[in-house]
Write a protein that binds this ligand. Sequence first.
Ligand SMILES: Cc1cc2nc3c(=O)[nH]c(=O)nc-3n(C[C@H](O)[C@H](O)[C@H](O)COP(=O)(O)OP(=O)(O)OC[C@H]3O[C@@H](n4cnc5c(N)ncnc54)[C@H](O)[C@@H]3O)c2cc1C
Ligand SMILES: NC(=O)c1ccc[n+]([C@@H]2O[C@H](COP(=O)([O-])OP(=O)(O)OC[C@H]3O[C@@H](n4cnc5c(N)ncnc54)[C@H](OP(=O)(O)O)[C@@H]3O)[C@@H](O)[C@H]2O)c1
Length: 487
Amino acid sequence: MSERGPAIVIIGSGFAGLGMAIRLKQSGFHDFVVLEKSEALGGTWHDNIYPGCACDVPSHMYSFSFELNPGWTRMFAPQPEIRAYMERTADKYRVRDHIRFGAKVDSMEYDDGARRWNVTLADGGVLTPKAIVSGIGALHVPSFPDLPGIERFKGTAFHSAEWDHSYDPAGKRVAVIGTGASAIQFVPRVAEQASDLVVFQRTPPWIQPKPDVAIPAPVRKVFEKVPGAARAFRGGVYWALEARAVGFTIDPRLSTPQEKIARRHLEKQIADPVLRAKVTPGYTIGCKRILLSNDYYPALTRPNVHVETSGVAEVREHSIVTGDGREHEVDCIIYGTGFKVTDALTDLRVTGRDGTKLQEIWADGIEAHRGTTIPGMPNFFMLLGPNTGLGHNSVVFMIEVQIQHVLSCLRLLREHGADAIEPKPRAARRFNDRMQRRLRRAVWNEGGCSSWYLDDKGVNRTLWPGHTFEFWATTRKADPDEYLLTR
Ligand SMILES: Cc1cc2nc3c(=O)[nH]c(=O)nc-3n(C[C@H](O)[C@H](O)[C@H](O)COP(=O)(O)OP(=O)(O)OC[C@H]3O[C@@H](n4cnc5c(N)ncnc54)[C@H](O)[C@@H]3O)c2cc1C
Ligand SMILES: NC(=O)c1ccc[n+]([C@@H]2O[C@H](COP(=O)([O-])OP(=O)(O)OC[C@H]3O[C@@H](n4cnc5c(N)ncnc54)[C@H](OP(=O)(O)O)[C@@H]3O)[C@@H](O)[C@H]2O)c1
């Protein structure tokens, strides 16, 4: 089954795919389709429906710059509100009709002769666009820990990104594995219901107070009615968050005040010295994502909650045995163990020019030119590609910069009457070498922790090493000298 179909295929309908679709339309490109494997749009904000799910970057910043939402009800909006914002935005900019739901892309192959891509879907359908924009995200393949006996467990078990709302934890004995950004949001909710909750912590996170307040109706009115108010507020949030990048990327010692804030928060919320010691991190703040919460530490102090640090030695049919030989009877295990970040990209079956596979290009690690384009992959663009993630600000900002880069490449194609555009290998090499040199001295490498930011060789393939305005200044416009155009 083959159909020629539209000129541009966008994969995914999260912030990246949605933003790309809107910007394409606004720029006069109407011949495109968005392929989405789920039955609804939203990506992260469609999948993650665990209790307590919310953003941890203030909502006025964690949203599109071209679609400010004066109506955010909280500083950090909960998941349903973010999802509703995305749905509304899709309708307002009339891109919903471009989205094909239930359309999972299986593989992509470049046809040198036709100068078109063959995009094969899971149902066997084939589209042949001129260009592909991948907005598949990095946090959508749940990671389950490789625990001995895990398959023998007879109780209920699910991952935070696949929350089972049919399961009622009330009065049950629940185990949570992991203490990352997801877990610290749902642990307080589960702790209120479960009869016993054991939190299996491998590495304690640094946690700061969450300045999360309801935004009163009169303030929302000001954001709505006073010209420039919402944008000025967004600007303030942006610069406050940018200040954090200094410690991350220039010198971790500059993050000492951040560490003090987190330490004081911990001491204020946990009085028991034994529990305090258990949850005090032993690495430099910022090495792993700094978490924000006002209710996680108090949840750990509840009489029905226990923090277990001796590791999981074995999972049995109805229990978990810890490293020191103790057995915890449990009815349910909730995995807050994160995502297979690099797999989400390396699992993509992409074959570029001359039959070269993306896996071959990435044999030594994933990388892209300006996080967006890859030598040997003509007219192939990645949003939130390698090294465009952030530890300090909203990735929606990064996505928007990359969208501008893609549009700029499409304009170059048009202006030069060319069929294909791809980065020059030397330009891509120079960009990545320079970036990796900077990353070597950043907190993520030097901070004394291991995290999903680093690949199995210890190389940071996920984060941008500087300020986001640097990325904006250097990336939003494609430099014709860095690209090969083919007629
Ligand atoms: C719980 C949670 C909270 C977060 N909070 C924040 C925050 O506060 N601030 C922040 O900056 N970041 C946050 N993040 C990171 C978040 O992932 C990004 O901010 C952003 O939502 C990513 O958008 P995206 O469009 O790139 O990817 P996604 O939202 O993951 O969307 C990708 C889409 O592509 C689809 N897709 C994937 N593969 C295929 C395929 N083969 N075929 C068809 N469709 C496919 C998926 O179904 C999905 O809809 C959070 C992440 C999680 C998990
Ligand atoms: N807006 C938000 O507030 C928010 C909420 C959720 C997610 N997010 C985003 O999504 C990303 C992923 O968050 P996440 O919490 O889902 O995942 P995560 O940050 O990767 O955390 C996973 C947790 O599971 C633990 N873990 C993993 N494998 C384990 C094993 N085999 N045994 C024991 N423990 C194990 C990890 O311990 P170690 O630390 O020791 O590896 C860590 O505590 C975040 O970094 C953030 O970017 C943001």
